[in-house]
Ligand binder design. Structure first.
Ligand SMILES: [Zn+2]
Length: 647
């Protein structure tokens, strides 16, 4: 086998034969005599595999090994070709007789033979061909015949399509399952030629190749033009000298970039990462806060793709040694998207990150963000206090800025003067004076804030308190009659207070200026389309009860749920959620209100734990608790809450 065959790249490099050409050939392709697998070398004429005749009453063959003859044959086949010794054979038969457990199961559990040897033996006994998936090329055409969710559910992988015989070759976990074959034939309209493959390989290929199915579009773009047209960035540069808008569709590279961006919009991604690696270029999308690898580009097009993006975002394309920033506007299906682009030189080339900025109008309300109950009441009360600081805390990507926008939208009336200092301006809001900071030009959070204080605003939003100077100015602004909204990079709400003291804030001034601190994280919501109920393990329920404490009884009472019969929810994965089981996001929050007792702890410079303890006594619900309540209500999963709680 050639190296090209072993690489699971689904996009051919321009000089290699297009991988998708396998689709036009017959399934014989995989049975080439030079294959090192003797079983896969059977002539294709034996297809469809003469399988043991199904009994009319049951659509499925004896797939779960419980009856004797088939299983013994597999074992016997392994004995026959010497994979299993007589001794091993005897001990398996003995165990089979003693325990009644199927011989194949015993074989698998004891790892006596490799997965591949077992699959091959099955292939021989049941007369269904065996395929090594990593040795067959990817066929976008075959891939598109069966959706990834179906592939995942039945553990099957379509790898070749023969249009002449109308046959789709499918590797299956259990090729004897006529029910699945029947279903696939009805669904696809093709005759299904089933193959054995190892389970490990199936699971791996299903994930990898479907993840790259976006690549079929890109593959098409690559095939449109001859290889030399994207060997350098020169042509792109020349095109850029003309009108970018006119040339965006011209070159295949432009088409690739367009496809990458179009997919970002379609999949509701917030960021696109184009990451050069040693031998390939990885494209990852951040969707609902989590990065997904969706595309792998051949290394040969990397420079051209990066150059195209740099041209679009007005960066210097010949400058590759220093980071650059830029932005551009992209239109897909009448939807307009602003992109903020940054480049970073890495050892394997320039890495590009594009952030998709939403246009105004899409700011969610506080309730839509998932803030509720006492937390909502406290936050609303704090936002109408005439002066003081309202802080939102959390790590990067925890939705802090969105929360600030929601707050601003709520209080934005013609009677108040609202100014913001942002990095970047993510939403453009009507009636608000938004300023983008520009450190190179000397406009930082601190210098901007200083200028603001001379402009007499009522409400100031400062993107982030990063340093002592900004902290001091924010406190000063609050003490002189302004409302200040800002964010701070701390894990918990309580942690913000000691952090500000670390930034040399004067404890007394801090206590007098602070109104409220809210900690937050974002979790993914269960996809409503494929949501299912399940019974949680005892240990999980114990953990939930322990974390929630008194809140648990309150919840059980309020929802009149019997404690013994609690069900949790999860998403099975469907087309609507791209197989992830999640769609959309919701926040989990904790709100700490500054009061006399908390103030005293700050003056005493006590640690965050002490402040948290006092907060709990005052009725504060912690983020993890809020998350667990949202789990009990079927909004998200326990795994999601634990994922973000550990940050
Ligand atoms: Zn779904």
């Amino acid at each position: 086998m050639s190296p090209a065959q072993t690489t699971p790249l689904s996009i051919p490099t321009p000089t290699s034969p297009a991988v998708s050409s396998i689709a036009e050939e017959s399934v014989v392709t995989i049975n080439q005599p030079n294959s090192n697998n003797p079983l896969s070398a059977q002539p294709v004429e034996t297809m469809p595999a003469p399988m043991p005749a199904p009994t009319p009453s049951s659509r499925s063959l004896p797939s779960s090994p419980s009856s004797g003859s088939f299983l013994e044959s597999v074992l016997e086949a392994l004995l026959e070709d010497g994979t299993v010794t007589q001794e091993q054979y005897d001990s398996i038969i003995l165990e089979n007789v003693n325990t009644g457990r199927p011989a194949e199961q015993i074989l698998e559990e004891k790892h006596i033979v490799s997965e591949e040897a077992l699959s091959k033996a099955r292939s021989k006994v049941y007369n269904v061909p065996f395929v090594v998936l990593r040795e067959v090329g990817s066929s976008p055409e075959a891939l598109s015949a069966i959706r990834d969710t179906v592939a995942k559910r039945y553990v099957i992988f379509p790898f070749a399509l023969n249009r002449q015989t109308n046959t789709l070759s499918v590797a299956m976990k259990n090729p004897l399952d006529l029910g699945v074959i029947d279903f696939l034939e009805k669904k696809t309209g093709y005759r299904i030629a089933p193959y054995y493959a190892t389970l490990t390989e199936l699971n791996q290929e299903i994930v990898e190749r479907y993840a790259q199915s976006l690549s079929s579009e890109v593959t098409a773009a690559l095939k449109e033009n001859s290889p030399e047209s994207f060997s350098t960035g020169v042509e792109i540069k020349a095109a850029a000298a003309r009108n970018v808008g006119d040339t965006i569709r011209e070159a295949p590279i432009a088409k690739i970039v367009e496809t990458i961006l179009g997919y970002a919009v379609k999949s509701r991604a917030s960021d696109v990462h184009i990451e050069p690696q040693e031998d390939k270029t990885r494209v990852r999308y951040r969707i609902d806060g989590v990065l997904h690898e969706k595309l792998v580009l051949p290394k040969s097009v990397q420079d051209a793709v990066v150059s195209r993006i740099k041209v679009l975002s007005d960066m210097k394309i010949d400058e590759k040694r220093i980071p650059q920033d830029g932005r551009f506007n992209f239109k897909v299906d009448k939807e307009e998207v602003d992109l903020r682009v940054s480049s970073l030189p890495t050892v394997h080339g320039e890495k590009i990150v594009m952030r998709l900025l939403k246009k105004s109008g899409g700011v969610p309300t506080l309730q839509e963000l998932g803030i509720r109950g006492t937390a909502l009441k406290n936050l609303e009360a704090a936002s109408i206090v005439p002066h003081g600081i309202v802080l939102v805390t959390g790590p990067t990507g925890s939705g802090k800025t969105t929360t600030l926008y929601s707050l601003l939208t709520k209080i934005n009336t013609p009677k108040v003067n609202i100014v913001t200092l942002e990095d970047p301006v993510e939403y453009q809001m009507l009636g608000i004076n938004q300023v983008q900071i520009n450190p190179q030009a000397g406009l930082t959070f601190a210098s901007g804030l200083r200028a603001f204080l001379r402009q007499d605003p009522n409400i100031i939003m400062v993107g982030e308190i990063r340093d002592q100077e900004t902290a001091e100015l924010a406190i000063q602004a609050a003490l002189t009659g302004h409302v200040v909204f800002s964010t701070l990079h701390t894990n918990s709400a309580a942690g913000a207070l000691p952090r500000l003291l670390d930034m040399k804030a004067e404890p007394f001034l801090l206590v007098s200026s602070m109104t409220l601190v809210m900690g937050q994280r974002v979790v993914r919501k269960i996809c409503p389309n494929c949501k299912e109920e399940y019974e949680p393990e005892q240990a999980v329920m114990e953990d939930i009860k322990k974390v929630l404490g008194g809140l648990f009884d309150g919840w059980a009472k309020q929802s009149s749920t019997e404690v013994g019969s609690i069900k949790l929810h999860r998403g099975k994965g469907c087309d609507e959620c791209g197989g992830t089981g999640y769609k959309g996001r919701v926040g989990v929050f904790e709100v700490l209100v500054m009061n006399e007792k908390i103030g005293r702890l700050v003056l005493e410079r006590r640690p965050a734990e002490d402040i948290e303890k006092q907060g709990a006594e005052d009725g504060m619900v912690f983020m993890k608790q809020d998350g667990y309540l949202k789990v009990l209500e079927g909004m998200t999963t326990i795994e999601e809450v634990l994922r973000v709680a550990q940050i």
